[in-house]
Design a protein around this ligand. Structure first.
Ligand code: MN
Length: 248
């Protein structure tokens, strides 16, 4: 609640009252998400709510929980706040492909002034998501020395209770919204796309997308089979000699 009602009832152009004194301490928790995006290349979009929009970085390899593994993060344009809830298919145009809501939660800046931190290129923050937690930093590395791309940042995990060697993108590859993988998202939400259409050829994404579309068709076909016809467990011969897999 905090200042929301206070602000709603006032026109700060007409009142000398300050619009709020808790500017450095958000009135409510700030949203963050990571969207796994199969477009021309697979990447992970980290988005942090700030001033009503989502600050966005495209992280090709996704976040790493290992402080030694610094991940390239390309600063991209701000996205609308609503986009942060989106999971589904972008049929055409920029970013065409499949978007999975890979993680979501709240974030807290560890700096007093986010805009200043963006300017200096050093934004420390805490995440409280399903998969990503604890302290992180985004550091701008581009734009120094003239030739490098000013949009280049690094996403780095700070050492804390939530850091470690676990490969989080491998360990937890699926959606926090639907629990599905890319093919499930297609199979659930866009049956018309995979059933009767093929993506337009020519883009880099089309080969990857075509594979996913095929997998989606299999997922759907498997789901629609009567229980008796569903794929049996691996043959007994193999399972007898295979040691039990360690739980992930
Ligand atoms: Mn993207």
């Amino acid at each position: 609640m905090a200042l929301e009602e206070y602000r709603r009832k006032r026109d700060f152009k007409k009142t000398p009252e300050p619009p709020g004194t808790v500017a450095k301490q958000p009135a409510r928790e700030l949203f963050f998400c990571v969207q796994k995006h199969l477009a021309s290349h697979l990447h992970y979009d980290l988005r942090l709510e700030h001033n009503g929009v989502l600050l966005s970085w495209a992280v090709p390899k996704g976040p790493s929980l290992d402080p030694k593994t610094k991940r390239l993060a390309m600063h991209v344009e701000d996205h609308p706040r609503d986009y942060g809830e989106f999971e589904g298919v972008i049929p055409e145009g920029y970013g065409a492909g499949i978007v999975m809501l890979w993680d979501t939660g709240t974030w807290t800046p560890e700096v007093t002034d986010v805009d200043a931190a963006l300017k200096t290129g050093d934004l420390k923050f805490t995440l409280n998501g399903y998969k990503l937690k604890g302290s992180w930093v985004l550091v701008r590395t581009g734009g120094r020395g003239g030739s490098s791309d000013a949009r280049q940042w690094l996403l780095i995990k700070h050492r804390d209770d939530w850091s470690g060697d676990l490969d989080i993108t491998e360990f937890a590859p699926k959606s926090v919204k639907s629990s599905g993988d890319f093919e499930d998202i297609l199979a659930e939400d866009m049956p018309a796309v995979w059933r009767s259409n093929r993506p337009a050829k020519g883009g880099e994404a089309s080969a990857m997308l075509a594979t996913i579309i095929e997998r989606a068709a299999k997922v759907k076909a498997e789901r629609e089979k009567p229980a008796s016809e569903k794929k049996a467990a691996p043959a007994r011969k193999q399972t007898r000699k295979t040691p039990r897999k360690k739980a992930d």
